[in-house]
Ligand binder design. Structure first.
Ligand SMILES: [Zn+2]
Length: 316
């Protein structure tokens, strides 16, 4: 995370991970989660597979609705009044993606957008995603056409998603991810898909160009601090969705329920946008980060190959 060089790593250690943490570098948002454990505010862990908790507030509001397909990063705004329909899904975002490149095909794409919208709604319900939006996590608008990557993280703590989000909110560090996936497969979303949040932070120098995420001043950079020429690039947040998995590197395998939930979440994001975002992990963006863990390496390859943790041969 972008603050990670500014905060002593020791602050993020858990009693049981001191040795490991000494060897690793954890990103701020991920590492902050560790403090949740230390603070004893692990929060209530959800029981059951996918809690039906859903506190659907405004839901995913699609900027595409109002944003000019043209270009400027001008935001469509939060569409404050709107929001009822939340369920929020995406039609418009999907329509925008298609319309932006092929305006003349708008009729056809709109038909398929409807299909996608329905499918995305179904996936959303099936996953039982709990929405708990925090406006403090939002750092600007991210119209659908800017969506390029899904960046995977580990929280580096065992605290629940709910506890992690509360901690982010109270830390004033300005960091968060769009989703946090609990070990039991329950998912909490705290930032809308069409908003920028700080989960990837600065990358290795040259990565903005390498990843095609030149910033263009779309992110408001609120709360960010220049940390030197070695880590000068900053654009990833403006082009990505961040997903944190509750996991401590080196602690063992990821539970099947958590991985199944991640499969479903990625499918939902793909459907929402009507396109497949490239999947990377945090350490790909900034080398030296600890996440994702070594035990996730094979899963990451599988996700990048066919968007599931399962081996291709066992794909159902
Ligand atoms: Zn991270």
């Amino acid at each position: 995370m972008w603050l990670f060089d500014l905060v002593p790593c020791a602050a993020f250690e858990t009693p049981g991970s001191r040795a490991r943490m000494a060897k690793r570098v954890a990103c701020t948002a991920c590492a902050i989660a560790v403090s949740v454990v230390l603070a004893g505010c692990a929060g209530s862990s959800e029981s059951g597979d996918h809690p039906n908790v859903v506190r659907i507030e405004a839901s995913e509001q699609s900027p595409a609705n109002t944003a000019p397909a043209s270009a400027s990063a001008q935001s469509s705004g939060e569409a404050p009044a709107a929001s009822q329909n939340s369920a929020e899904l995406p039609v418009s975002d999907i329509a925008l993606s298609s319309a932006a490149s092929a305006p003349s095909a708008s009729a056809a794409s709109s038909a398929s957008s409807e299909d996608n919208k329905e499918q995305a709604k179904k996936l959303f319900k099936k996953l039982g995603i709990k929405q708990d939006f925090r406006k403090e996590f939002v750092h600007g608008d991210k119209p659908a056409k800017y969506q390029k990557y899904i960046v995977l993280h580990d929280t580096e703590g065992d605290g629940s998603a709910e506890g992690v989000i509360d901690y982010w909110d109270g830390s004033d560090a300005g960091v968060a991810a769009h989703f946090v996936v609990n070990k039991d497969g329950s998912i909490v979303q705290c930032v809308k898909l069409d908003k920028i949040t700080h989960h990837a932070g600065f990358g290795d120098t040259g990565h903005n160009k390498k990843y095609g995420v030149e910033d263009e001043s779309r992110d408001d950079k609120e709360g960010t601090v220049e940390i030197g020429s070695d880590f000068a690039d900053y654009g990833m947040n403006s082009y990505s969705i961040g997903i944190e998995m509750v996991h401590v590197g080196g602690s063992g395998d990821y539970p099947k329920k958590q991985l199944e939930a991640l499969d479903g979440l990625i499918a939902y994001i793909d459907t929402y946008y009507g396109k497949e975002s490239k999947i990377i992990d945090h350490k790909a963006w900034r080398s030296g980060n600890s996440d994702t863990s070594e035990e996730f390496a094979d899963y990451l390859k599988n996700y990048q190959d066919h968007r599931s943790y399962k081996k291709a041969s066992s794909k159902s």
